[in-house]
Design a protein around this ligand. Structure first.
Ligand SMILES: *[C@@H]1O[C@H](CO)[C@@H](O)[C@H](O)[C@H]1NC(C)=O
Length: 527
């Protein structure tokens, strides 16, 4: 096996030695890459460089200071990636000009140079820095490491290019002087599992200057006020506004910005930003460079355009009693397969009904994964608002579906702009009370409290699991499935009870020996 791998690697090396000619001196034509989370003393994430696009020469920084690519094998689990990439061979001297260096990949179980990625070109520059022609490493989840022991101050200490806005008085109205950001990929609908692994964007590499207004596909948008997922908005960490948007009369306000990480919504705290509500129903944001220690952060956007017709009077009626939060008959309903389009009003057997505002037990609403609204419905004066939708996994909305827009209508009903949810679940309907008690009058009930203690039965299972199991027949789970380009995560699924394993109707069992890492398979495959 080891021999085969090295054979493939040798072939790869031979193929890839053809480099393009360099038209201008890379010492003065490079892109700055200031990603302190790549350092060899950072860990905790698996950020994969093959999902970024690489193009040309890069100079590496660590919070504005020079740093070099690791020239030695990094410790396991570091550089916030799975396979550490380091330069196998010394950094060149200035007189060496452009040199080619091997890049080694190591991972936590292996030795220091388990695989080689494509070799790269390196150059030493006057002024004591290096430039690297970084390329797509093409090894599953690998990342270029930087070495904190090589940090050096940039010689010419130019004042930082960030001018603090606080000392400058606004002599213009940002509502009329803003930059337009119209990036469809900032939308929370740009979720990685649906569109492939898109997290190529990184707002720390944008030269932010002034005020911005967000659009999605030309329609007015705003920052979300609740978190969705990491890797949801075209970057790795999704940035959202930690507070509500201001009203017109509030003028310019400052709001916290948080970055999500896996299921943790507020794992990262970015630079606070200024926000202003504008006449004409939109917001402007004074976006700044996000905190550098957040991996590939991106400011997220959700639609906020005023619907062209009032959804209170142009909705689709949804009267499907199986959606009830009291319905414990499992029908396996799946809103994921519905072509949602526009606004919906919920009924229950002809009666006015609404979405539940708190946790619903799994298995209710005719589906395995009920979908509920996190928090209260809006008031009529709030207009169209965006609300977080939760999947019934935990009471505190640990698992989320796409946010939806909601409007309270005259006549005590609500309309919802339903979208394809993230799971095979169903939007629930609550018919218990026609009108929801106004939140302001009953502050004593906090919706999530009752559901903090889920009914956990600690007694022995009442039925023999040998005869009461769920069938799990996913052929991709097979140890033979080595060439899959798709990466599955069991954290995505809601597990409950006992399971029997099958592969294409054949009874199987879990392996009781170690299964080879995906990487070897990929290497053999590509070689
Ligand atoms: C990594 O090293 C740098 C430079 O010595 C230091 O400032 C930083 O706090 C270290 N990070 C961690 C997580 O130890």
């Amino acid at each position: 096996m080891r021999f085969l791998v090295s054979l493939c690697v040798s072939l790869l090396l031979l193929i890839n030695v053809a480099f393009s000619s360099i038209s201008s001196d890379p010492c003065y034509n490079y892109q700055s890459l200031d990603r302190p989370w790549r350092a060899n003393n950072e860990s905790g994430d698996w950020i994969c460089d093959e999902f970024f696009s690489w193009n040309g020469w890069y100079r590496l920084f660590y919070n504005g200071m020079n740093i070099q690519m690791s020239g030695t094998c990094a410790s396991p689990y570091t550089c916030n990636t799975y396979h550490n990439l380091w330069l196998n061979g010394p950094h060149p001297q200035i007189e060496d000009g452009v040199v080619v260096r091997e890049v080694c990949a190591s991972y936590y179980q292996g030795s220091c140079c388990d695989y080689y990625t494509k070799p790269i070109r390196v150059k030493a520059c006057p002024g004591n820095y290096y430039v690297y022609e970084l390329v797509n490493p093409q090894i599953w989840c690998s990342g270029y490491c930087t070495d904190v022991s090589t940090i050096s101050q940039v010689a010419h200490t130019v004042s930082p290019d960030i001018i603090t806005g606080s000392s400058i008085t606004l002599n213009y109205d940002p509502c009329e002087n803003y930059n337009v950001i119209n990036d469809y990929w900032r939308s929370t609908f740009n979720y990685w599992s649906m569109y492939g692994y898109i997290y190529d964007h990184d707002d720390t590499r944008v030269e932010w200057d002034g005020w911005y207004r967000l659009f999605i596909d030309g329609s007015s948008a705003q920052m979300p006020e609740s978190c969705f997922y990491y890797m949801a908005c075209g970057g790795f960490s999704s940035l959202w506004l930690g507070g509500s948007h201001p009203q017109l009369e509030d003028g310019v306000v400052t709001r916290e910005v948080y970055g999500s990480h896996y299921h943790q919504c507020s794992r990262y705290r970015s630079e606070p930003i200024q926000v202003k509500a504008c006449p004409g129903d939109y917001y402007v944001y004074k976006l700044t460079r996000p905190t550098l220690l957040i991996p590939a952060p991106v400011y997220c956007a959700v639609p906020s355009s005023t619907p062209s017709v009032d959804p209170c009077y142009t909705y689709i009626s949804l009267d499907e009693p199986w959606r009830s939060i009291d319905n414990y008959n499992y029908y396996g309903m799946c809103d994921y397969n519905v072509e949602w389009n526009g606004w919906y009003r919920m009924f229950y057997n002809g009666e006015n009904a609404h979405m539940p505002e708190s946790f619903v037990n799994q298995g209710m609403c005719g589906t395995y994964d009920p979908l509920w609204l996190n928090g209260p419905h809006p008031q009529p004066e709030d207009g169209v608002v965006t609300r977080q939708v939760c999947v019934s996994w935990s009471a505190d909305c640990e698992y989320k579906s796409h946010p939806i827009r909601v409007k309270a209508c005259p006549g005590d009903y609500y309309v919802y702009e339903f979208v394809k949810p993230i799971v095979c679940g169903a939007y629930c309907v609550d018919a218990s009370n026609q009108s929801i008690p106004s939140v302001s009058t009953t502050p004593e009930t906090i919706p999530s409290v009752e559901s903090i203690t889920p009914p956990i039965t600690t007694t022995a299972p009442p039925v023999d699991p040998c005869y009461n199991y769920n069938v799990l027949d996913d052929s991709w789970r097979s140890t033979n499935n080595q060439h899959s380009s798709q990466i599955m995560c069991d954290a995505w699924f809601s597990w409950s009870g006992w399971y029997r394993l099958f592969i294409q109707d054949q009874s199987v069992q879990m392996p009781d020996t170690c299964v080879e890492s995906i990487v070897v398979a990929l290497m053999l495959h590509s070689g």
